[in-house]
Design a protein around this ligand. Structure first.
Ligand code: FMN
Length: 330
Protein backbone atom coordinates (compact mmCIF):
# COMPACT_ATOMS: atom_id res chain seq x y z
CA UNK A 1 0.00 0.00 0.00
CA UNK A 2 1.45 3.41 -1.03
CA UNK A 3 1.93 5.80 1.85
CA UNK A 4 1.08 9.49 1.51
CA UNK A 5 2.95 11.87 3.82
CA UNK A 6 1.04 15.15 4.09
CA UNK A 7 2.87 17.99 5.85
CA UNK A 8 0.83 21.09 6.59
CA UNK A 9 1.17 24.43 8.27
CA UNK A 10 -2.01 26.32 9.04
CA UNK A 11 -2.76 29.49 10.98
CA UNK A 12 -6.55 29.58 10.86
CA UNK A 13 -7.46 26.13 9.54
CA UNK A 14 -7.75 26.54 5.76
CA UNK A 15 -4.60 24.59 4.88
CA UNK A 16 -5.41 22.05 7.60
CA UNK A 17 -8.84 21.48 6.02
CA UNK A 18 -7.34 20.88 2.58
CA UNK A 19 -4.75 18.52 4.12
CA UNK A 20 -7.52 16.53 5.84
CA UNK A 21 -9.59 16.33 2.66
CA UNK A 22 -6.58 15.00 0.73
CA UNK A 23 -6.11 12.48 3.51
CA UNK A 24 -9.79 11.39 3.25
CA UNK A 25 -9.52 10.92 -0.52
CA UNK A 26 -6.27 8.99 -0.11
CA UNK A 27 -8.04 6.53 2.21
CA UNK A 28 -10.89 6.17 -0.30
CA UNK A 29 -8.29 5.28 -2.94
CA UNK A 30 -6.84 2.59 -0.69
CA UNK A 31 -3.70 4.59 0.08
CA UNK A 32 -2.24 5.10 3.53
CA UNK A 33 -2.17 8.81 4.47
CA UNK A 34 -0.16 10.28 7.34
CA UNK A 35 -0.74 13.87 8.44
CA UNK A 36 1.92 16.03 10.10
CA UNK A 37 1.59 19.54 11.48
CA UNK A 38 4.78 21.38 10.51
CA UNK A 39 4.50 23.52 13.65
CA UNK A 40 4.65 20.39 15.84
CA UNK A 41 6.79 17.90 13.93
CA UNK A 42 10.38 17.37 14.90
CA UNK A 43 12.29 17.57 11.62
CA UNK A 44 14.90 15.04 12.77
CA UNK A 45 12.35 12.24 13.00
CA UNK A 46 11.53 12.59 9.32
CA UNK A 47 14.17 10.11 8.19
CA UNK A 48 11.84 7.14 8.00
CA UNK A 49 9.97 8.18 4.84
CA UNK A 50 9.90 5.17 2.47
CA UNK A 51 11.20 5.92 -1.04
CA UNK A 52 7.86 4.80 -2.53
CA UNK A 53 5.86 7.33 -0.49
CA UNK A 54 4.16 10.33 -2.04
CA UNK A 55 5.01 13.55 -0.18
CA UNK A 56 2.68 16.57 -0.06
CA UNK A 57 3.31 20.01 1.43
CA UNK A 58 0.52 22.47 2.07
CA UNK A 59 0.72 25.88 3.65
CA UNK A 60 -0.96 29.29 3.40
CA UNK A 61 0.56 32.05 1.28
CA UNK A 62 1.89 35.06 3.18
CA UNK A 63 3.10 38.02 1.12
CA UNK A 64 3.25 36.07 -2.16
CA UNK A 65 5.43 33.34 -0.67
CA UNK A 66 5.25 30.55 1.89
CA UNK A 67 5.72 31.81 5.45
CA UNK A 68 9.20 31.46 6.92
CA UNK A 69 8.20 28.44 9.08
CA UNK A 70 7.20 26.46 5.96
CA UNK A 71 10.25 27.49 3.96
CA UNK A 72 12.54 26.59 6.88
CA UNK A 73 10.84 23.20 7.18
CA UNK A 74 11.32 22.49 3.47
CA UNK A 75 14.91 23.73 3.63
CA UNK A 76 15.67 21.33 6.52
CA UNK A 77 13.80 18.40 4.97
CA UNK A 78 16.01 15.33 4.49
CA UNK A 79 17.21 14.34 1.02
CA UNK A 80 15.16 11.89 -1.04
CA UNK A 81 13.94 10.90 -4.48
CA UNK A 82 10.21 10.79 -3.77
CA UNK A 83 7.39 12.29 -5.78
CA UNK A 84 6.40 15.62 -4.21
CA UNK A 85 3.23 17.69 -4.64
CA UNK A 86 3.26 21.32 -3.49
CA UNK A 87 0.00 22.98 -2.52
CA UNK A 88 -1.12 26.22 -0.93
CA UNK A 89 -4.18 28.01 0.36
CA UNK A 90 -4.63 31.62 -0.66
CA UNK A 91 -7.03 34.51 -0.23
CA UNK A 92 -10.22 33.60 -2.02
CA UNK A 93 -13.19 35.95 -2.20
CA UNK A 94 -16.74 35.25 -3.36
CA UNK A 95 -18.12 37.51 -6.09
CA UNK A 96 -21.59 36.25 -6.98
CA UNK A 97 -21.01 32.65 -7.99
CA UNK A 98 -17.34 33.29 -8.80
CA UNK A 99 -14.38 32.71 -6.55
CA UNK A 100 -11.67 35.30 -7.18
CA UNK A 101 -8.19 33.76 -6.95
CA UNK A 102 -5.47 34.80 -4.53
CA UNK A 103 -1.84 35.16 -5.59
CA UNK A 104 0.82 32.51 -5.02
CA UNK A 105 3.90 34.51 -6.03
CA UNK A 106 7.22 32.69 -5.62
CA UNK A 107 6.12 30.05 -3.05
CA UNK A 108 6.08 27.07 -5.43
CA UNK A 109 9.15 28.05 -7.43
CA UNK A 110 11.33 28.67 -4.39
CA UNK A 111 10.20 25.41 -2.75
CA UNK A 112 10.75 23.53 -6.01
CA UNK A 113 14.32 24.81 -6.11
CA UNK A 114 14.97 23.75 -2.49
CA UNK A 115 13.48 20.28 -3.04
CA UNK A 116 15.06 19.66 -6.45
CA UNK A 117 18.50 20.26 -4.92
CA UNK A 118 17.66 17.48 -2.43
CA UNK A 119 16.78 15.09 -5.28
CA UNK A 120 12.97 15.15 -5.15
CA UNK A 121 10.74 14.93 -8.21
CA UNK A 122 8.08 17.67 -8.20
CA UNK A 123 4.89 16.36 -9.73
CA UNK A 124 2.32 18.95 -8.75
CA UNK A 125 1.71 22.59 -7.83
CA UNK A 126 -1.87 23.30 -6.82
CA UNK A 127 -3.36 26.43 -5.22
CA UNK A 128 -6.68 26.50 -3.34
CA UNK A 129 -8.59 29.73 -2.90
CA UNK A 130 -9.97 29.46 0.59
CA UNK A 131 -11.43 32.38 2.59
CA UNK A 132 -8.90 35.15 3.15
CA UNK A 133 -7.83 35.18 6.79
CA UNK A 134 -5.93 38.46 6.73
CA UNK A 135 -8.56 40.05 8.90
CA UNK A 136 -6.25 42.62 10.41
CA UNK A 137 -6.20 44.12 6.91
CA UNK A 138 -9.80 43.68 5.77
CA UNK A 139 -13.15 42.74 7.33
CA UNK A 140 -13.80 39.02 7.71
CA UNK A 141 -15.87 37.27 5.07
CA UNK A 142 -19.55 36.56 5.76
CA UNK A 143 -20.36 33.00 6.88
CA UNK A 144 -22.21 32.17 3.65
CA UNK A 145 -19.15 33.22 1.59
CA UNK A 146 -16.87 31.05 3.76
CA UNK A 147 -19.23 28.06 3.39
CA UNK A 148 -19.41 28.56 -0.37
CA UNK A 149 -15.61 28.70 -0.71
CA UNK A 150 -15.25 25.57 1.42
CA UNK A 151 -17.74 23.71 -0.77
CA UNK A 152 -16.06 24.78 -4.04
CA UNK A 153 -12.65 23.81 -2.70
CA UNK A 154 -13.84 20.43 -1.46
CA UNK A 155 -14.91 19.63 -5.02
CA UNK A 156 -11.56 20.88 -6.33
CA UNK A 157 -9.67 18.70 -3.85
CA UNK A 158 -11.63 15.68 -5.06
CA UNK A 159 -10.68 16.44 -8.69
CA UNK A 160 -6.99 17.08 -7.99
CA UNK A 161 -6.71 14.13 -5.57
CA UNK A 162 -8.03 11.79 -8.26
CA UNK A 163 -5.32 12.97 -10.64
CA UNK A 164 -2.46 12.97 -8.12
CA UNK A 165 -3.37 9.61 -6.57
CA UNK A 166 -3.58 8.05 -10.04
CA UNK A 167 0.11 8.87 -10.46
CA UNK A 168 -0.38 11.79 -12.84
CA UNK A 169 1.28 15.21 -12.63
CA UNK A 170 -0.82 18.27 -11.86
CA UNK A 171 0.71 21.68 -12.49
CA UNK A 172 -2.52 23.68 -12.28
CA UNK A 173 -0.60 26.62 -10.74
CA UNK A 174 1.61 27.13 -13.80
CA UNK A 175 -1.16 28.96 -15.66
CA UNK A 176 -0.36 31.91 -13.36
CA UNK A 177 3.41 31.83 -13.83
CA UNK A 178 3.67 35.28 -15.46
CA UNK A 179 1.80 37.16 -12.73
CA UNK A 180 3.62 35.09 -10.08
CA UNK A 181 7.01 36.13 -11.44
CA UNK A 182 5.96 39.75 -11.93
CA UNK A 183 5.09 40.09 -8.24
CA UNK A 184 8.29 38.40 -7.08
CA UNK A 185 9.90 41.74 -6.02
CA UNK A 186 6.97 42.32 -3.64
CA UNK A 187 7.40 38.78 -2.28
CA UNK A 188 11.04 39.58 -1.59
CA UNK A 189 10.16 42.91 0.04
CA UNK A 190 7.63 41.17 2.29
CA UNK A 191 10.17 38.52 3.28
CA UNK A 192 12.98 40.97 3.98
CA UNK A 193 10.93 43.56 5.89
CA UNK A 194 7.15 43.47 5.44
CA UNK A 195 6.57 40.50 7.72
CA UNK A 196 8.34 42.24 10.62
CA UNK A 197 6.16 45.31 10.18
CA UNK A 198 2.98 43.19 10.17
CA UNK A 199 4.24 41.33 13.28
CA UNK A 200 3.95 44.60 15.18
CA UNK A 201 0.32 45.12 14.19
CA UNK A 202 -1.04 42.91 16.97
CA UNK A 203 -1.87 43.87 20.53
CA UNK A 204 -4.31 42.76 23.25
CA UNK A 205 -6.92 45.33 24.29
CA UNK A 206 -8.53 45.98 27.69
CA UNK A 207 -10.63 42.78 27.38
CA UNK A 208 -7.50 40.62 27.73
CA UNK A 209 -7.67 38.57 30.94
CA UNK A 210 -4.07 37.36 30.54
CA UNK A 211 -5.18 33.72 30.17
CA UNK A 212 -2.00 33.03 28.15
CA UNK A 213 -3.75 30.97 25.45
CA UNK A 214 -2.19 33.08 22.67
CA UNK A 215 1.28 32.50 24.15
CA UNK A 216 0.74 28.74 24.47
CA UNK A 217 -0.89 28.24 21.07
CA UNK A 218 1.44 30.36 18.93
CA UNK A 219 3.01 27.91 16.43
CA UNK A 220 6.37 29.67 16.63
CA UNK A 221 6.40 30.89 20.25
CA UNK A 222 6.44 34.49 19.03
CA UNK A 223 4.22 35.92 21.78
CA UNK A 224 5.75 36.63 25.19
CA UNK A 225 4.23 37.91 28.39
CA UNK A 226 5.88 41.27 29.06
CA UNK A 227 4.61 43.22 32.09
CA UNK A 228 1.77 40.68 32.30
CA UNK A 229 0.48 41.44 28.82
CA UNK A 230 0.97 39.55 25.53
CA UNK A 231 3.74 41.11 23.46
CA UNK A 232 4.32 40.17 19.81
CA UNK A 233 7.98 39.68 18.91
CA UNK A 234 9.50 39.81 15.43
CA UNK A 235 9.32 35.99 15.23
CA UNK A 236 5.58 36.32 14.57
CA UNK A 237 4.58 34.67 11.27
CA UNK A 238 1.37 36.71 10.98
CA UNK A 239 -0.59 33.47 10.74
CA UNK A 240 -3.60 34.99 12.57
CA UNK A 241 -4.02 31.98 14.87
CA UNK A 242 -3.93 34.11 18.06
CA UNK A 243 -6.30 36.65 16.51
CA UNK A 244 -8.83 33.91 15.80
CA UNK A 245 -8.40 31.81 18.91
CA UNK A 246 -8.57 34.45 21.65
CA UNK A 247 -11.71 33.59 23.69
CA UNK A 248 -12.07 37.27 24.69
CA UNK A 249 -11.64 38.56 21.10
CA UNK A 250 -9.11 40.84 22.77
CA UNK A 251 -6.47 40.69 20.04
CA UNK A 252 -6.80 43.53 17.60
CA UNK A 253 -4.88 45.20 14.79
CA UNK A 254 -3.10 48.39 15.82
CA UNK A 255 -4.47 50.64 13.07
CA UNK A 256 -4.07 53.74 15.26
CA UNK A 257 -0.43 52.90 15.95
CA UNK A 258 0.24 52.50 12.23
CA UNK A 259 -1.42 55.84 11.47
CA UNK A 260 0.67 57.68 14.06
CA UNK A 261 3.86 55.91 12.91
CA UNK A 262 3.12 56.82 9.28
CA UNK A 263 2.56 60.48 10.12
CA UNK A 264 5.76 60.77 12.19
CA UNK A 265 7.68 58.80 9.55
CA UNK A 266 6.51 61.13 6.73
CA UNK A 267 7.62 64.23 8.60
CA UNK A 268 10.96 62.68 9.58
CA UNK A 269 11.62 61.18 6.13
CA UNK A 270 10.89 64.43 4.29
CA UNK A 271 13.22 66.29 6.66
CA UNK A 272 16.04 63.74 6.43
CA UNK A 273 15.91 62.74 2.78
CA UNK A 274 15.11 66.15 1.27
CA UNK A 275 17.79 68.01 3.19
CA UNK A 276 20.52 65.73 4.57
CA UNK A 277 20.64 62.29 3.01
CA UNK A 278 20.69 61.65 -0.73
CA UNK A 279 20.41 58.04 -1.92
CA UNK A 280 20.68 57.28 -5.62
CA UNK A 281 19.91 53.57 -5.80
CA UNK A 282 16.12 52.86 -5.62
CA UNK A 283 16.80 49.59 -3.73
CA UNK A 284 18.95 51.30 -1.10
CA UNK A 285 16.37 54.09 -0.86
CA UNK A 286 13.67 51.50 -0.19
CA UNK A 287 15.84 49.68 2.36
CA UNK A 288 16.77 52.80 4.32
CA UNK A 289 13.24 54.24 4.37
CA UNK A 290 11.70 50.88 5.33
CA UNK A 291 14.22 50.37 8.14
CA UNK A 292 13.47 53.87 9.40
CA UNK A 293 9.74 53.05 9.40
CA UNK A 294 10.37 49.74 11.19
CA UNK A 295 12.54 51.38 13.85
CA UNK A 296 9.90 54.01 14.54
CA UNK A 297 7.23 51.32 14.69
CA UNK A 298 9.26 49.21 17.13
CA UNK A 299 9.70 52.19 19.46
CA UNK A 300 6.05 53.22 19.29
CA UNK A 301 4.97 49.60 19.81
CA UNK A 302 6.97 49.54 23.07
CA UNK A 303 5.29 52.75 24.19
CA UNK A 304 1.86 51.42 23.24
CA UNK A 305 2.59 48.26 25.20
CA UNK A 306 3.33 50.27 28.33
CA UNK A 307 0.24 52.44 27.84
CA UNK A 308 -2.00 49.38 27.46
CA UNK A 309 -1.43 48.65 31.15
CA UNK A 310 -3.85 51.48 31.88
CA UNK A 311 -7.43 50.26 31.29
CA UNK A 312 -8.76 53.67 30.18
CA UNK A 313 -5.93 54.24 27.71
CA UNK A 314 -6.32 50.64 26.51
CA UNK A 315 -10.01 51.38 25.78
CA UNK A 316 -9.06 54.51 23.80
CA UNK A 317 -6.38 52.60 21.82
CA UNK A 318 -8.93 49.91 21.06
CA UNK A 319 -11.27 52.55 19.58
CA UNK A 320 -8.55 53.42 17.03
CA UNK A 321 -8.60 49.86 15.68
CA UNK A 322 -11.04 49.06 12.87
CA UNK A 323 -11.17 45.48 14.17
CA UNK A 324 -12.98 46.86 17.21
CA UNK A 325 -16.11 47.70 15.20
CA UNK A 326 -19.03 45.42 14.34
CA UNK A 327 -18.77 45.84 10.56
CA UNK A 328 -15.31 44.20 10.67
CA UNK A 329 -16.85 40.88 11.86
CA UNK A 330 -13.88 40.13 14.13
C1 FMN B 1 -0.06 38.18 6.67
C2 FMN B 1 -0.85 37.51 5.57
C3 FMN B 1 -0.42 37.60 4.25
C4 FMN B 1 -1.16 37.00 3.23
N1 FMN B 1 -0.70 37.08 1.94
C5 FMN B 1 -1.39 36.51 0.95
C6 FMN B 1 -0.91 36.57 -0.41
O1 FMN B 1 0.16 37.10 -0.70
N2 FMN B 1 -1.66 35.99 -1.38
C7 FMN B 1 -2.86 35.38 -1.11
O2 FMN B 1 -3.50 34.89 -2.02
N3 FMN B 1 -3.30 35.26 0.17
C8 FMN B 1 -2.62 35.81 1.20
N4 FMN B 1 -3.08 35.71 2.50
C9 FMN B 1 -4.30 34.94 2.77
C10 FMN B 1 -4.01 33.51 3.27
O3 FMN B 1 -2.99 32.90 2.53
C11 FMN B 1 -5.27 32.64 3.14
O4 FMN B 1 -6.37 33.18 3.80
C12 FMN B 1 -5.02 31.21 3.61
O5 FMN B 1 -6.09 30.43 3.14
C13 FMN B 1 -4.92 31.06 5.11
O6 FMN B 1 -4.68 29.71 5.45
P1 FMN B 1 -4.71 29.12 6.93
O7 FMN B 1 -6.11 29.29 7.43
O8 FMN B 1 -4.34 27.69 6.80
O9 FMN B 1 -3.73 29.88 7.74
C14 FMN B 1 -2.36 36.29 3.52
C15 FMN B 1 -2.78 36.21 4.85
C16 FMN B 1 -2.05 36.81 5.86
C17 FMN B 1 -2.54 36.71 7.28
Amino acid sequence: MVEVFIYYFSGTGNAKKIAFWFSEFAKKKGLEPKLFDIAKKDVLSLKEIPSSALIMFISPIHGFNFPEITLRFIKNFPKGKNRVVLMNTRAGLKLGRFVTPGLTGIAFYLSTLLLKIKGYKISGMIPFDMPSNWISLHPALKQNAKDYLAQVNYQRVEKHAEKIYSGKSDFYACREIIIDLLISPIALAYFILGRFIIAKSFYANDQCNVCGLCVRECPVQAIRMVNQRPFWTLHCQNCMKCFNRCPQKAIEAAHGLFLITSIVYSVLASLLFNSFIKIKSPFMDWMVTSILFLMLLLSFYQVQHLLLKNKTIAKIISKTSLTHYQFWRH
